[in-house]
Design a protein around this ligand. Structure first.
Ligand code: SF4
Ligand code: SF4
Length: 323
């Protein structure tokens, strides 16, 4: 395995482990609240709010409309804004380097490749309409939240008990999963084994939103046509089936900045992740990985220092609401 992929996989695994630890701690927190046994006391990890993107979108509506930063799930909005910030500058690197669902989706594709010796691709007549599904879902959420709700209604929704324990509801959903829920997950797993990054490519509205922001990213995969030998290896390696070998700059919202194309290019320096002209190029995947971790760390630190990380919900409220 080449160096670039190794670096990205290490970063993906590091973020996935952090998410796993957050999940375990949150489970222990809910267990402590429901058992009322003080010997089991654990603090609630705010990072669990990464899994509340709808709440984050409603918070954004209230923040933009009223200037009030949500105090119920502030980490959800911080994480959401950080992902958008990354997309504005570094394409959808959040999807291919940080997002644990993206990591899982990629892992299932690799497993499928081993099991069936290939990942299947949908024919173009199916691929295009399927790809629009994530944009339709995104449009639904954006229209509902930004046009169907006033800023005051958005703010009021954030204060409801439903939103306050949305994270706990999510946990109980998985703990008491119904036959329908299991079936949906099983279908998604099978499709992800068969089709490369099925979830990210066709269904994820979060990725769709980040993709739209990423179009204006100044850092893009750039091809030097004077040294390119038109071997087409970059196109073959791209998990998103982009025609890298025909583009001078890859602007597509589907590009996740994974650097797989750069990795396989046989002519050194022909493909790079860079600013226009010769202003700056990431010298290595390591540099991109370090940049992403640094952005994440700085964002969370600022949120903690300025009091926009921990929820304002008192423990007593959890003890009332959760049971
Ligand atoms: S392989 Fe290259 S063009 Fe394709 S998604 Fe990854 S970085 Fe973008
Ligand atoms: S892999 Fe490199 S040399 Fe081959 S077509 Fe792509 S950019 Fe050109």
């Amino acid at each position: 395995m080449k160096m670039r992929k190794k670096v990205r996989i290490k970063v993906q695994i590091a973020f996935a482990l952090v998410v796993l630890l957050i999940g375990i701690k949150f489970f222990m927190f809910v267990n402590y609240i429901t058992s009322a046994d003080s010997a089991l006391a654990v603090n609630r990890p705010p990072g669990v709010e990464a899994f509340l993107p709808i709440s984050a979108l409603v918070s954004l509506r209230a923040w933009l409309g009223l200037g009030i930063f949500d105090t119920i799930h502030p980490a959800a909005l911080v994480i959401f804004l950080t992902a958008i910030f990354i997309s504005l500058f570094l394409k959808r690197a959040f999807c291919s380097w940080i997002c644990p669902i993206g990591t899982l989706s990629e892992g299932l594709s690799l497993l499928g490749q081993k099991m069936f010796k290939t990942n299947y691709t949908l024919p173009k007549w199916l691929d295009y309409p399927f790809r629009s599904v994530k944009y339709i879902l995104l449009t639904f959420f954006v229209v509902f939240i930004f046009f169907g709700m006033s800023p005051m209604e958005a703010y009021s929704f954030l204060q409801t008990p439903y939103n306050m324990i949305a994270d706990v509801k999510m946990l109980t959903f998985f703990q008491n999963i119904t036959a329908v829920g299991m079936t949906v997950i099983a279908v998604l797993v099978v499709l992800s084994l068969l089709i490369k990054q099925f979830w990210c490519r066709y269904l994820c509205p979060y990725g769709a939103l980040l993709g739209l922001f990423s179009v204006i990213s100044p850092w893009k995969i750039t091809r030097d046509s004077s040294s390119c030998i038109s071997c087409g290896q970059c196109r073959k390696a791209c998990p998103n089936q982009l025609k890298v070998d025909e583009a001078l700059r890859v602007s597509s919202p589907e590009c996740t900045g994974c650097l797989s194309c750069v990795e396989v290019c046989p002519v050194k320096g022909t493909l790079s992740f860079k600013l226009p002209r010769k202003l700056h190029r990431f010298p290595s995947p390591f540099a991109l990985g370090v940049t992403l971790i640094a952005v994440w760390f700085i964002s969370v630190s600022i949120a903690k220092i300025t009091g926009h990380w921990e929820t304002s919900i008192p423990l007593e409220m959890y003890k009332t609401l959760i049971p």
